[in-house]
Design a protein around this ligand. Structure first.
Ligand SMILES: [Fe+2]
Ligand SMILES: [Fe+2]
Length: 176
């Protein structure tokens, strides 16, 4: 059984993971209509992953005697300047998510909830990967700069990267 304090905190994380999913969906849609099919594919996939992170929390809360609630999600930004802006946002958003996960881990220690603490370790590992993935993409964009041909290849590259992100990097239990 989880305490109501932990239940509330996990429900807030549901809100954040669900919002992340919508945010990446909005970015993917912008990329798609602006001619970046590979980037769109990457972001749609990323959106699916965030939904899976949210679903994992639903199952955990309900399994542990709490109740997972679908929150009223905030509407994500729909217009973006360019691809660079999108990935800067992805990176800073993932850093924010990592901070929230760390705060949750801290709360579990305070509350002596070692089961939830253990459950959250999956998210801790996932955040390391997601932050590093976002940084890798930004590094590529820095190399390309304003080069149009480079952007064309970058878009193709991201379609390839889509199959590799999540699940394949040595930690099991992705659950999808
Ligand atoms: Fe996530
Ligand atoms: Fe994420």
């Amino acid at each position: 059984m989880i305490s109501s304090k932990i239940e509330e905190a996990l429900n807030r994380q549901i809100d954040l993971e669900g919002f992340s999913s919508m945010y990446y969906l909005a970015m993917g849609s912008w990329a798609e209509v602006n001619g970046y099919k590979g980037v769109a594919q990457f972001l749609y996939h990323h959106s699916d992953e965030e939904r899976m992170h949210m679903l994992k929390l639903f199952r955990y809360i309900n399994d542990r005697g709490g109740r997972a609630i679908v929150p009223p999600f905030a509407a994500p930004q729909k217009d973006f300047k360019n691809i660079r802006e999108i990935f800067d946002i992805v990176h800073s958003h993932e850093v924010k998510v990592s901070n929230e996960i760390n705060a949750l881990v801290e709360l579990c220690i305070q509350e002596k909830d070692y089961t939830t603490h253990n459950f959250l370790q999956w998210y801790v590992t996932e955040q390391i990967e997601e932050e590093s993935l976002a940084r890798d993409v930004i590094d590529k964009l820095n190399l390309i700069g304003e080069d149009k041909g480079g952007m064309y290849l970058f878009d193709r590259d991201l379609a390839t990267l889509t199959g590799q992100q999540g699940g394949g990097k040595g930690h099991g239990g992705h659950g999808h």
